[in-house]
Design a protein around this ligand. Structure first.
Ligand SMILES: CC(C)=CCC/C(C)=C/CC/C(C)=C/COP(=O)(O)OP(=O)(O)O
Length: 302
């Protein structure tokens, strides 16, 4: 996603509070956060939204990235940093957050009525990342995605004023599918961090061992497994795609962009022979825009 945040929203803490001051110094400065933004998907669709909505998505995106940083990249005690972010999130709801990126969240959660429990799930997902490094079943993975990915879509629906239970459930399908596609793209990188998001039951079923996840190219067995995961994610994505047809205006176009990105990623896997070890699997712009145009014009399948 290509999205930008004001520098002062991400430039670390300014707290005079004795507890939080030293730990908030561990948070990334604006350059690091912005560099990461330029390589991701969420803000692409956000760019087309009217300024008011875009401002809210920027604020949310800063929060998502910060929580992710605390769980994935921060040096030192990540649990303590996540505790600090939970405290700061609470303060953001009270309008008294000290860390700028959390302060920037206050008008967004107030104006869009985003429930606290939606945003706190992302912190819980990152806590889970500190202790759970393998998932036995697909259902276990889906439960993880309910914390790590689905709140992103739910927050977006709040921003566009359509956070209705039926639409949230469609959004959950899209977000879980996008997260699983990301896991398939990042198999090697995740393994370097001692994390395997391919369910262990599926590894066994396809006769794959973890040592195959760090090879220069995927074995035939691993390619079969990746195809299985991508196809299942693609079906899940399509089952959520009717959300596009339920929305109108720029919200429809933005959400179509997320679904299009997922479709184009699945197509990129097929083009790469389902081998994410040999090549970096990335959706092509052409395919993304093609799918985006189709979805925006026609809505998702019903
Ligand atoms: C309404 C609607 C359907 C909106 C879609 C919003 C959207 C782009 C959701 C993506 C969810 C996702 C994959 C989150 C994890 O990303 P990450 O980069 O944090 O992944 P990581 O945890 O593996 O780093």
């Amino acid at each position: 996603m290509v999205l930008s945040l004001p520098d002062d929203a991400v430039s670390g803490g300014d707290s005079g509070h004795p507890d939080s001051a030293s730990r908030s110094a561990d948070l990334p400065r604006s350059a690091a956060v912005l560099a990461r933004m330029r390589s991701e998907n969420f803000p692409v669709a956000a760019r087309i939204l009217p300024t008011g909505l875009r401002r809210h998505l920027h604020a949310l995106y800063g929060y998502f990235r910060l929580v992710d940083y605390a769980g994935d990249e921060a040096p030192g005690d990540r649990d303590a940093l996540l505790d600090l972010l939970e405290l700061e999130l609470k303060r953001a709801y009270q309008g008294i957050a000290r860390i700028p990126i959390l302060r920037a969240l206050t008008p967004t959660v107030a104006e869009c009525a985003i429930p606290h429990d939606v945003l706190v799930k992302l912190i819980d997902a990152n806590r889970q990342d500190q202790r759970v490094r393998r998932y036995e079943t697909f259902e276990d993975l889906v439960d993880y995605c309910a914390l790590s990915a689905n709140p992103v879509g739910e927050a977006v629906l709040h921003v566009v004023g359509r956070a209705e239970p039926r639409l949230i459930s469609l959004s959950d399908r899209i977000c879980t599918a996008l997260q699983i596609l990301e896991h398939c793209q990042d198999i090697a990188g995740d393994h370097q961090q001692d994390r395997v998001y391919l369910p262990a039951e599926d590894l066994r079923r396809f006769g794959c061992t973890e040592s195959e996840l760090i090879a220069a190219r995927a074995s035939t067995r691993l390619r079969g497994l990746v195809k299985f995961e991508v196809d299942r994610a693609r079906r899940l994505l399509e089952s959520g795609a009717p959300l596009v047809g339920e929305l109108s205006g720029m919200a429809r176009v933005a959400v179509a962009g997320y679904v299009a990105g997922g479709r184009a990623t699945a197509a990129a896997f097929a083009a790469a022979g389902h081998d994410p070890l040999r090549v970096r699997v990335r959706p092509s712009r052409r395919r993304t825009f093609l799918e985006w145009g189709l979805l925006s014009a026609l809505g998702g399948p019903r």
